[in-house]
Structure formats: structure tokens, C-alpha cells
Design a protein around this ligand. Structure first.
Ligand SMILES: Cc1cc2nc3c(=O)[nH]c(=O)nc-3n(C[C@H](O)[C@H](O)[C@H](O)COP(=O)(O)OP(=O)(O)OC[C@H]3O[C@@H](n4cnc5c(N)ncnc54)[C@H](O)[C@@H]3O)c2cc1C
Length: 366
């Protein structure tokens, strides 16, 4: 541990969006806070690799009520969160109220899109179903062969790299001690802090007894040399999604692979992303590739994050396992962590750290 680190109220392990946002909010409540990041820079983990979609409802997660509630609440908080970050730091996080189109090429995909639409309607969210021809009126570059589309006018996006930059700046301005190049080992007792927040993303499982695993995602950053205009909405389709940044840059994601911490960018991964996307938006093949990247989503057995005080060690607060929604969940997570640190009740009890613990074995009768 760096000897430069002063004794603090709270040490946050991990300088991704979750650790930075939690540190900022904790500092705003008057706590002395340090962020400890093992890499030379901040936000080099999943946060750097993310697309930045703020998509609170996915059919697959509908059985996780607490995840859904947290997602919806966080999506509602994002505009104010982005505005506050801009006020405090002068950094625009690239929040775009662009809406999303779910698109289907064939009957199977159309059935899936219809189920996604039903789910949102049951939740009272705005959705609009349209045929492919109507979708092409709002996004003229879509392929003529599309069968069906559903517009989600409230599913927006931010730019994760800018979110990291803004949160890092907000932390520094608020007086958080930010230390990079500091790797925390599993013996957390050596950290000179009253409380320790574990926000180490996909690596969190190495620091305690919480089942977090890396779920690899390959993606591409693309750029249109002729500027913006190819598409304006986020497009989501079977096998991927395309997020326009509004200035001719696009993010095409992402594979979902259970391959541990394998950082390889594969021909197959890139090929599949481009093949699927080009069937939806043929003009994508004209774009330039700026970067191919991999990231590790912090996955949990139920896809929901782990947020709250460790019941076996009150010194530890977990803020990890955000899987596909860590950018979306940043505002809510930061407030939940700050509340946990100041002893307030958690609003999302179903995200608590001990939910994976197996029941203790009954003692055998002698
Ligand atoms: C391809 C892809 C696309 C995604 N798209 C979206 C999206 O559209 N919308 C969305 O909401 N989410 C998305 N996500 C998910 C999102 O990126 C993550 O949930 C989120 O970034 C998790 O943030 P984090 O701060 O917990 O983890 P990370 O950003 O991974 O940060 C963890 C940090 O901890 C550090 N660390 C680890 N171990 C130690 C240690 N022992 N000591 C010190 N530091 C340590 C790491 O170096 C790292 O910087 C996507 C993820 C991927 C991979």
C-alpha cells in the first residue's frame, strides 16, 4: 500500500464509473475518501469499453424485480446526474436523448421484439410499434428488408469515456484522494481506512466472497468520414447494437463470451458484429474502424449488482456486479453506497451482498 495514502474514512477499491461515482457521493456527505486504482489511469476496465446505453428494461432481466426498479430509477436520474456533473466539472458526458429502435429481420426476431414491447407496455413505458417501412421514414438508412421495429423514445445514451472523465474531475474537485497504480490485495486489513468499498468490477471476486465473474465483450468504435447522418437512434437487434454519438462516431457492440479474462480480439467476433449490423444498416460497411476493444462485464449469478454492507464484515461495502448496466446504474449505485456508508437504510434490499450465501448446514446429530 502506498505510504502516501492518508488515513481516510472510506477507501474505494477500483476507479471505474462505479467506484468514482460512489467516492464522489460519499465525499459530498462529508466523508474523507480515497480511490485506489491499480492501473496507471482511471476507468480503464469495463467502463472504458462500454457502449453507454441507458436501457433499463430487457426481457431477460424482467424476473429480477429489484434490478428492474433500480434500472428504471437510475434512468430517470440520469439527466439530473449529467447536468450536475457538467455544472461541477464543465465536462459534457454526451447524454443524448436520441431514443432507441428495436428492429427485427424475420419472424423469430419479430416475436422477440413484440415480447419486448409487451413488457414495456405492462410497465406503463412509452413504446411505438411500426412496420419496417415506417421505421425507414425515421431512419432512412435502415435495410429495406426489415420486418418490424419498436421505438423506445425514452431509452437514451451517454458516452462512457466522458462519464469517467467527468467523475474523475468531480472527485478531484471535491477533494477525494485519487491514487492510481495502487493494487489492493485480498488482505483488506492493510488499507488505512475505516470502511472499504469494493468497486473492482469483474475483478471483485478476488477481494472477497461474492460470486462475480468476467463476461467478455468485443466491440468496435467506428467513424463516418463524411460526418453524422447515417443514423440517429440507438439501434438494437439480434446479435448487437449500434450507438451513434451524434457527430459521425458510432459504437458497435458487443459479443457476450464466457472466456474468463481473455483479452483477444478475434476475427470471428468482429466479423459477427459487422455481419449482423450490416444486415440492419448496410451503410455501416462504409465506416472507418477507429478501435477494436474488449471489456469484461462484472457478471453475477442473477445478473443483478451487489450493493450494500457485507453482513459478515461491516467494514466492507460492496458495489459491484453491474454486468450490462453499470453505466445506467451509476447514479443509483452511488447514492446507495453513500447511504450504506452513513448508516441509512438501503432502498433495494434485493441487491444485498448475502443473497448468494448458501444456508448453513444443520449440525449433524451426534
Ligand atoms: C462491451 C461492453 C458494453 C457495455 N455496454 C453497456 C451499456 O451500454 N450500458 C451500461 O449501462 N453498461 C454497459 N456495460 C457494462 C458496464 O461497462 C459495467 O457494468 C461498468 O462499467 C462497471 O463499472 P465498474 O466501475 O464496476 O467496473 P470497471 O469499470 O471494470 O472498474 C473496475 C476497476 O477496478 C480496478 N481494480 C480491479 N482490481 C483492483 C485491485 N485489486 N486494486 C485496485 N484496483 C482494482 C480495475 O483496474 C478497474 O479500473 C458494458 C460493458 C461491456 C464490457
Amino acid at each position: 500500500m502506498s505510504t502516501e495514502l492518508p488515513r481516510v474514512d472510506v477507501a474505494v477499491v477500483g476507479g471505474g464509473v462505479i467506484g468514482l461515482a460512489a467516492a464522489w457521493r460519499a465525499r459530498q456527505r462529508g466523508l474523507e475518501v480515497a480511490v485506489l486504482e491499480r492501473e496507471a489511469g482511471l476507468g480503464t476496465g469495463a467502463s472504458r469499453a462500454a457502449a453507454g446505453m441507458l436501457a433499463p428494461v430487457a426481457e431477460a432481466d424482467l424476473n429480477e424485480r429489484d434490478l428492474l426498479l433500480a434500472n428504471l430509477e437510475s434512468a430517470r436520474r440520469w439527466p439530473a446526474f449529467a447536468a450536475e456533473l457538467a455544472d461541477v466539472t464543465g465536462i459534457d458526458v454526451g447524454y443524448r436523448a436520441c431514443g432507441t429502435l428495436l428492429v427485427a429481420r424475420d419472424r423469430d426476431e419479430a416475436e422477440h421484439v413484440e415480447r419486448e414491447r409487451d413488457a414495456r407496455e405492462r410497465l406503463g413505458l412509452r413504446v411505438e410499434r411500426m412496420l419496417g417501412s415506417a421505421a425507414r421514414r425515421i431512419e432512412p438508412a435502415l435495410a429495406p428488408s426489415l420486418r418490424l421495429a419498436v421505438e423506445l423514445p425514452d431509452d437514451h445514451a451517454v458516452e462512457p469515456l466522458r462519464v469517467v472523465a467527468a467523475l474523475a474531475e468531480a472527485c478531484v474537485r471535491a477533494g477525494v484522494h485519487v491514487r492510481t497504480g495502487v493494487e489492493v490485495n485480498p488482505d483488506l486489513s492493510t488499507i488505512p481506512a475505516e470502511r472499504v468499498v469494493i468497486a473492482a468490477g469483474a475483478w471483485s471476486g478476488a477481494l472477497g466472497d461474492v460470486p462475480v465473474r468476467p463476461v467478455k465483450g468485443q466491440s468496435l468504435r467506428l467513424r463516418d468520414p463524411s460526418g453524422p447522418g447515417l443514423c440517429d437512434h440507438v439501434l438494437r437487434f439480434e446479435g448487437g447494437y449500434l450507438v451513434p454519438r451524434g457527430d459521425g462516431r458510432y459504437y458497435l457492440g458487443a459479443t457476450v463470451e464466457e472466456r474468463g479474462f481473455d483479452t483477444a480480439i478475434t476475427a470471428l467476433g468482429v466479423y459477427e458484429l459487422l455481419r449482423e449490423a450490416s444486415e440492419i444498416l448496410p451503410g455501416i460497411l462504409e465506416l472507418e474502424i477507429e478501435e477494436a476493444l474488449t471489456g469484461f462485464r462484472p457478471g453475477t449469478p442473477d445478473n443483478a449488482p451487489v450493493i450494500g454492507v457485507d453482513p459478515r464484515d461491516e467494514r466492507i461495502v460492496w458495489a459491484t456486479g453491474h454486468y450490462r448496466n453499470g453505466i445506467l446504474l451509476c447514479p443509483v449505485t452511488a447514492d446507495l453506497v453513500a447511504a450504506a456508508l452513513t448508516g441509512e437504510a438501503s432502498e433495494h434490499a434485493g441487491l444485498r451482498p448475502d443473497r448468494f450465501a448458501t444456508a448453513p448446514q444443520e449440525a449433524a446429530t451426534p
